[in-house]
Design a protein around this ligand. Structure first.
Ligand code: C2E
Ligand code: CA
Ligand code: CA
Ligand code: CA
Length: 277
């Protein structure tokens, strides 16, 4: 027992060190990857539930690591947020997404909305509004084709700052969507005062459809209706989920059933393939 105790202690300390080292390594590698533009935006298609038309995409960052394959965003986004690297990375994704959308236009794709995820850390930076306007200006993308995805928790962190930002980007014509809706701790009262365009039903509610989750999904769709917002469901994996959402009056859907996140070139191929009679 004495030995076991000592072993536990002996292995505990190096493990902590290992985690810290791993994180430091990840940070250094991420920094280098950002400098070398080694990260790539993938795009997941979004569809109109009624017509089946592809209407937009969500930009999702991918990090192809030379040794470890694709590092999932769940691993590197928090590191980017903690270190502030997300500011530079976010600016870059924003520009790439706008540029790619314009490239699809020029190649003859139907006008797609491109949604970009925003971190709380980015919103805190004074320069973020400028970053958004610069990306639009440099790309020439019409502002109403760019959609920013904000989470409830991000909005709650600094309500006043967030509201000021939202009014400013809305005034510029950019669209706003509340991501992971229903998973935050915010009250519903804010929906009255936030200048948003869309609610995004979180994957956790969609996943259990149609057996469970329909009470919340129904409520979110009704809320969106009441406030004159559109509503999109994420994480649609099975036909019966899509069927349920369509019948419930959900406007848009996104998920593995309809399309996985893909490189920019594949988005173009997808619109061309779908556009053919
Ligand atoms: P999110 O914004 O909620 O993005 C949706 C996630 O669900 C994506 O994971 C997507 O690949 C995944 N997904 C889509 N359809 C399905 C489905 O049918 N089933 C399942 N099981 N999953 C589905 P991903 O790409 O791993 O991204 C994870 C998170 O990382 C994102 O969650 C977002 O919070 C963050 N993230 C990704 N790219 C960016 C970025 O450019 N900026 C910021 N700030 N965050 C990002
Ligand atoms: Ca999102
Ligand atoms: Ca989401
Ligand atoms: Ca999420």
């Amino acid at each position: 027992a004495k030995n076991a105790g000592r072993n536990r202690l002996a292995s505990f300390v190096p493990e902590m060190t290992l985690a810290t080292q791993r994180r430091a390594l990840l940070e250094a590698e991420l920094r280098r990857a950002i400098e070398q533009h080694a990260l790539v935006p993938y795009y997941q298609p979004q569809f109109d539930c009624r017509t089946g038309a592809m209407v937009g995409v969500e930009a999702l960052l991918r990090w192809p690591h030379p040794q470890r394959g694709f590092v999932p965003p769940m691993e590197f986004i928090p590191v980017a947020e903690d270190t502030g690297l997300i500011v530079e990375l976010g600016r870059w994704v924003l520009q790439r997404a706008c540029d790619d959308a314009v490239a699809w236009d020029r190649a003859g794709a139907p006008p797609l909305t491109v949604a970009v995820n925003v971190s709380a850390r980015q919103l805190k930076e004074k320069c973020f509004l400028d970053d958004v306007l610069t990306a639009l200006h440099r790309s020439g993308l019409p502002p109403d084709r760019l959609e920013l995805e904000l989470t409830e928790s991000l909005l709650m962190e600094d309500m006043e700052g967030a509201v000021a930002f939202m009014h400013a980007v809305r005034a510029a014509g950019v669209r706003l969507s509340i991501d992971d809706f229903g998973t935050g701790y915010s009250s519903l009262a804010y929906l009255q005062s936030f200048p948003i365009n869309q609610l995004k039903v979180d994957r956790t509610f969609v996943q259990s459809l149609p057996v469970a989750g329909h009470t919340i999904a129904t409520a979110v769709i009704a809320l969106a209706r009441g406030f004159g917002l559109s509503v999109i469901a994420e994480g649609v994996e099975r036909p019966e989920q899509l069927e349920w959402l369509r019948a419930a009056g959900c406007d848009y859907a996104q998920g593995f059933l309809l399309g996985r996140p893909m490189p920019a070139a594949d988005v173009l191929a997808l619109t061309v393939a779908r556009g053919e009679p």
